[in-house]
Design a protein around this ligand. Structure first.
Ligand SMILES: Cc1cc2nc3c(=O)[nH]c(=O)nc-3n(C[C@H](O)[C@H](O)[C@H](O)COP(=O)(O)OP(=O)(O)OC[C@H]3O[C@@H](n4cnc5c(N)ncnc54)[C@H](O)[C@@H]3O)c2cc1C
Ligand code: SF4
Length: 505
């Protein structure tokens, strides 16, 4: 008899483990855990989503004739820990071996291996074929490179899977159409809504349990309209492909007050938990270019996010863990301001992004990068503080994907391994890509002083503070030349405004 461990984010019938299970003899163990690897108090909506999807998946397996042992979080016998539950199960029965698919989180991988080794259990860990690049492939790509660039890795993946390729050339002649994807919508918007399904009985029970046991956690549970089964996640994917993908490219970077979902896909949480397979999302999008005449900038832009960014991020995580978690290239030390939890700040872009994060456990990429992340970078928030926040608040956040995005892309904490320069920007970028500034107490055109948009002086102050670390970077050399020509009076005004603002955080 073999024990098969299925993790909380492996809710997929394609999981390699299933190819090695004998329904008649083997047992599947699934465990609900609140901390999901460390002591992180996740958003309440995220807990409901994960537990409900797990319960639906377990019920499906039982209907298919699998022997499933399922530990609910409200079971009084539940220790609360994945490894303790695994250990109990191994001790309870006479298993010949344990089989599992490689966990996506480093800490889970280490803890499970340690436990199985200490118990001298015969164990088999299978590669997670749901990812499109293997660890080995990424290592080969990274070999001998001081700096990695997503673009070259992405081209390799396009060729490997023959996606949007015209023989050996990229479809349309260019690999990347990002330059066409920076428009801001004009006039009244009519964005097709995100997927919506009311909670069924299983989800209702989880909602009650989470509201009672984890009321102190961040975030709102209701409204809860997410898919929690593969069938419904597929409907959500099709809805995006049919109704929003066409405009995905054009408005990919746009932020509109009161429109939290925009033309984005809203599927990262389904892919990351196993309900959708990344390759099926890519193929479905690709076919709209060939069969429906959807614009190439939209289709390529969407495919690049999954085939390029998602795989690149995962490759960096496994290449650089556990050291990656300790990196702090810019020596950022500040604590996370309270408004990341409350949204209570006069800076409208931040207040709106936090409010939407609290309601939906979702914010789209540009809000995460250029508002919430940009502020953390400019203010010098310690990587641990802000990583923890992103991990807690988003439905799709697991350490393997959150950490490189935050430490690498947002904070430049890896010194430029992932990104060629820090994504730092003043208020004018936010003003160009959003309408937040129109309802803000601060004036985006004012550079220093009480009325000025804080992003403006924090941007220059950030560059000045980190001159030693950043001035040699050719991509921001021009900014340092501008600083060198600045009158001392202007430098003093920037520093005074920044010091005053940061001292009040
Ligand atoms: C600071 C920061 C933190 C982030 N944390 C996470 C996280 O914890 N989990 C997560 O899945 N994504 C994360 N992202 C990436 C991205 O913001 C989300 O994947 C995206 O917003 C999810 O919404 P969507 O499905 O509507 O995506 P869309 O914008 O419609 O993109 C399509 C898909 O591409 C993939 N994707 C796009 N960009 C990335 C990326 N940088 N890394 C990985 N996948 C990507 C996702 O699977 C996404 O569903 C983060 C980005 C930033 C800047
Ligand atoms: S003025 Fe500055 S703080 Fe206010 S919304 Fe615009 S960018 Fe944000």
């Amino acid at each position: 008899m073999q024990l098969a461990l299925i993790m909380y984010d492996q809710l997929s019938h394609d999981l390699p483990t299933f190819r090695h299970i004998d329904k008649a003899k083997d047992v599947i163990l699934m465990v609900e855990v609140v901390d999901l690897t460390t002591h992180v108090a996740h958003h309440k909506k995220k807990l409901v989503f994960i537990f409900s999807a797990m319960r639906h998946f377990a019920a499906h397996l039982k209907r298919d004739g699998f022997n499933v042992i399922y530990r609910q979080i409200d079971d009084p016998q539940h220790s609360g820990s994945l490894c303790e539950e695994l250990e109990k199960e191994i001790s309870n029965r006479d298993y010949q071996s344990v089989i599992y698919t490689h966990p996506s989180e480093y800490t889970d991988w280490i803890n499970i291996q340690k436990l199985l080794k200490s118990r001298a259990v015969d164990a088999r860990c299978l590669d997670d074929a749901r990812f499109l690049a293997t660890e080995e492939e990424f290592k080969d790509f990274a070999h001998d490179k001081k700096q990695l660039r997503m673009e070259y890795f992405y081209r390799q993946m396009r060729k490997k899977y023959n996606i949007l390729m015209n023989h050996d050339e990229p479809e349309g002649g260019k690999w990347n159409y990002d330059a066409e994807n920076r428009k801001f919508p004009k006039g009244q918007l009519d964005i097709p809504p995100t997927y919506h399904k009311d909670p069924d009985e299983i989800t209702q029970a989880v909602i009650e349990c989470v509201s009672e046991k984890f009321s102190h956690h961040f975030g709102d549970i209701m409204p809860f309209h997410l898919a929690v089964t593969r069938e419904d996640a597929l409907i959500a994917l099709k809805k995006f492909i049919e109704q929003r993908l066409e405009h995905f490219g054009d408005f990919q970077d746009a932020m509109v007050q009161g429109e939290p979902w925009m033309y984005h896909a809203h599927i990262s949480f389904y892919i990351n938990i196993g309900l959708l397979n990344p390759l099926e999302c890519i193929k479905m999008a690709e076919s709209t270019y060939y069969h429906k005449g959807y614009p190439l900038n939209a289709v390529e832009g969407f495919i690049r996010q999954i085939l390029g960014w998602r795989e690149y991020i995962r490759g960096i995580y496994w290449l650089k863990m556990p050291e990656y978690k300790t990196l702090n290239f810019l020596s950022a030390e500040r604590k996370l301001p309270d408004f990341y939890w409350t949204g209570d700040t006069p800076m409208n872009c931040l207040a709106q992004s936090v409010k939407e994060t609290k309601n939906n456990a979702y914010a789209h990429h540009i809000q995460r990068l250029m508002v919430l992340g940009n502020f953390a970078l400019l203010a010098g928030i310690h990587p641990d503080e802000i990583n923890n926040w992103y991990w807690i608040v988003y439905l799709d956040a697991y350490e393997w994907v959150e950490l490189p995005n935050v430490s690498g892309m947002v904070l430049f904490a890896d010194g430029g391994l992932l990104a060629s320069k820090p994504y730092a920007a003043g208020g004018s970028y936010i003003n160009k890509m959003s309408n937040y500034c129109q309802s803000c107490q601060f004036k985006v055109a004012v550079k220093t002083g009480e009325d000025a948009c804080p992003f403006n002086y924090l941007y220059w102050d950030f560059l000045m503070r980190n001159q030693k670390e950043l001035s040699n970077n050719p991509r921001i050399a021009m900014m340092y030349r501008t600083i060198a020509k600045m009158p001392q009076e202007k430098i003093n005004a920037i520093k005074d405004s920044a010091d005053q603002f940061l001292s009040q955080l």
